[in-house]
Ligand binder design. Structure first.
Ligand SMILES: Cc1cc2nc3c(=O)[nH]c(=O)nc-3n(C[C@H](O)[C@H](O)[C@H](O)COP(=O)(O)OP(=O)(O)OC[C@H]3O[C@@H](n4cnc5c(N)ncnc54)[C@H](O)[C@@H]3O)c2cc1C
Length: 299
């Protein structure tokens, strides 16, 4: 019986496991694979070597600690999580079964990609998935945000304060939020609803987007930056049904990362908390300490 099982090997899970191990909790981290390992650097034509602090180096330190502690990690897909009388059962695809007194769910969310030509090649060369990380690099430039939900709207509003012009390209009508009506009135925001992105243009750096407009016609939109902010699906299937989730499937947590089920904590993209490595390092640490406090109280 473990004290704590952490499910997920991204920034939230890795940090949570490292902090729990430092508190000498009997901890196991189970992950399909280490997540959160991409490079989030952004290189722009006129801005070589601009440093963006993403938390990756801090995360690397936690990850190295876990790689050294081989007994504390297990690579497999978790297929079932179930509450038992005073513990939780965790089953994996290979048929392994583990038990723990507390759980941290840090399974992330399915990434949102355009899946069009040019996207993969131009990531980090004008194409970003994180406005929080990269918006500040696009001062005075023309940029596009692709998406129609809360995250796209937030990114567009944030970019509108920095960029020259923001094209908000929404595949579907904007989700009705207070920010949506504000965006419709902003002078440097061009909103097109019902648009499909077909290609990210540019040889070395992003130079534009080729899109299909709502009337069916094709158009090229010249921009130096593209922010992909499509809807993401949280990986919360393991606990949906017995732990409270919102309509989109985000696990609902309180300020201590506690879920609706005592002894189960959640952190990272699987919750509604802002999707950023730096933030999730903090959330993972918080979840681990909350689980530790919970276990102390259980005696
Ligand atoms: C393409 C892309 C670019 C990004 N760019 C930036 C950026 O520039 N700056 C920034 O701050 N953020 C960026 N982000 C966001 C950032 O990567 C996420 O916010 C962060 O990784 C979320 O951390 P997490 O720990 O919640 O989940 P993740 O990093 O998604 O990790 C989830 C973990 O759970 C595991 N898992 C899931 N289901 C199971 C299961 N059933 N059993 C076992 N394991 C499971 C996965 O294998 C993985 O290890 C980007 C994200 C993407 C997709």
């Amino acid at each position: 019986m473990y004290d704590l099982i952490v499910i997920g090997g991204g920034p939230a899970g890795i940090t949570a496991a490292a902090i729990a191990i430092n508190q000498r909790l009997e901890t196991l981290i189970i992950a399909e694979r280490w997540g959160g390992q991409m490079t989030y650097e952004m290189q722009l034509e006129d801005m070589a070597g601009q440093e963006v602090i993403t938390g990756e180096s801090l995360l690397d330190a936690f990850r190295r600690q876990l790689e050294y502690l081989e007994f504390a990690r297990h690579f497999d897909r978790v297929t079932k999580v179930a509450p038992e009388e005073s513990s939780f059962l965790v089953e994996t695809a290979d048929g392994d079964r583990f038990q723990a007194r507390a759980l941290i769910i840090a399974t992330g969310a399915k990434p949102q990609r355009l899946n069009v030509p040019g996207e993969e090649r131009l990531v980090g060369r004008g194409l970003s998935y994180s406005a929080v990380t990269h918006a500040g690099l696009f001062l005075g430039k023309d940029v596009a945000v692709v998406g129609n939900g809360r995250r796209a709207q937030w990114a567009a509003a944030s970019l509108a304060r920095k960029a020259h012009r923001v094209y908000l390209l929404a595949p579907e009508p904007l989700v009705a939020t207070p920010l949506a009506s504000k965006l419709r009135r902003m002078e440097n925001v061009t909103l097109v609803e019902g648009v499909t992105v077909q290609e990210v243009l540019g040889s070395q750096y992003v130079e534009g987007l080729r899109v299909r407009m709502p009337d069916g016609g094709e158009q090229e939109i010249p921009v130096k930056g593209v922010f992909v902010k499509l809807a993401r699906v949280p990986n919360s299937q393991l606990v949906r049904g017995w732990i409270d989730c919102d309509e989109q499937g985000h696990i609902i947590v309180d300020v201590y990362c506690a879920t609706s089920w005592p002894g189960v904590f959640a952190a990272g993209d699987v919750t509604l908390v802002s999707e950023q490595v730096l933030v999730h390092i903090g959330e993972g640490a918080k979840a681990a300490l909350s689980a530790y406090h919970y276990l102390l109280m259980q005696g």
